[in-house]
Structure formats: C-alpha cells, structure tokens
Design a protein around this ligand. Structure first.
Ligand SMILES: [Zn+2]
Ligand SMILES: [Zn+2]
Length: 184
C-alpha cells in the first residue's frame, strides 16, 4: 500500500490521480490518497523562503500508519536541503518515505510556455526515482535509466520513465515480484 499525500498542492492537485495510477502500475502497489496529518508550515525556512525537505520527509514518515509500506509526498513548494540550493525531491534509502515537488518542474519558472503534459512526465519520473531509492536503488550511471541523477530539469527530460535492466533486476529481487517495473 502506497499513501499519496499532497503538500500545498492547491490547483495542481488534479495531477495526483493520474500520477498515482502511473506509480501504482510501475510498482504494483495499491494507492490510497490521504491529507497530510501534520502542518507542512513547520518545514518553512523564512531565511531561504523554501521548505526543508528533511523536515517534511520526517513528518511524512512519522505520521504514516504502519499498513502503508510506502508514502509519497507530492509538494508544489520549493524544497531544499541545507547543502544544496534546491532539490526536486528526496527519499529514505531502503526506507518508507519519499517526497517530490512540482515547483521546479514547471516550464513557467524558466520563462517558458506552460506545458502541463511535460510537467506531468517530469513528475512521474521524479516519483519513480525517489520511490526507487526507497526500494534501495542507488543512483545509476546509465543515462537511459530513471535512477540516473538529475541536477537540472533538462536532465529529467533526457532520462526515460523506466528502469534499466540492472536496476529493474535489483527492484525485482527486493520485492520478489516479477511484475514490478513492467511498462504500463
Ligand atoms: Zn536520487
Ligand atoms: Zn539503472
């Protein structure tokens, strides 16, 4: 069971259903949508004007019931960790919690025409990537793998929304489920 938790999603919450469908198909998990059980404002850092990704991740983990094997927070605000200017998302390696944000996946942030479909594809890739970390996958050197790391949004566009053979095998071993990761 995967819990999907919107964090300040506002008018972007319409992507949550389609996003959950794609993730459910990829990881063969049942999905439940749930409102956050904490106030996400606790993660706001006034000096940076951004939200601390680690604080959100910790609250997500601590407020998720046991029956959920995974929780994915989907934020629309700008996330950071102290050593980096920003992050697209973060996850607990071989853990239960993952967090992504649509904030820097939006073309309009870069002065370009809005492209909701492109933004959705970016969000799917980030969700797959961060959830991949929760299944103990590390960063992959293969550029044709969703587990390759992306520093810039262009990097997300260059990688596909699937795992390379090696990462897929590791994922299947982890779950003992041969269906995991099969394309929709
Ligand atoms: Zn990563
Ligand atoms: Zn890979």
């Amino acid at each position: 069971m995967l819990h999907v938790v919107p964090i300040f999603c506002g008018d972007r919450s319409d992507v949550l259903g389609p996003l959950a469908q794609r993730i459910a198909a990829t990881f063969e998990l049942d999905v439940e949508h749930r409102a956050p059980a904490f106030d996400p404002e606790v993660a706001f850092d006034a000096s940076r004007g951004q939200y601390d990704s680690r604080v959100l991740l910790q609250h997500l983990r601590d407020t998720t019931p046991r029956e959920a094997t995974r929780v994915l927070g989907v934020a629309s605000v700008d996330l950071f960790i102290p050593v980096l200017t920003y992050v697209f998302g973060e996850a607990e390696l071989d853990g239960r919690s993952a967090l992504i944000s649509s904030f820097r996946l939006d073309n309009e942030l870069y002065g370009l025409e809005p492209d909701p479909q492109l933004m959705f594809e970016r969000l799917v890739k980030e969700a797959m990537h961060e959830l991949g970390h929760t299944f103990a996958l590390l960063h992959c050197r293969r550029s044709d793998c969703v587990m390759s790391s992306s520093t810039y949004v262009e990097g997300i566009d260059l990688k596909p929304d699937r795992f390379c053979d090696r990462c897929l095998r590791a994922l299947r071993r982890k779950l003992g489920n041969s269906k995991i990761g099969r394309r929709r």
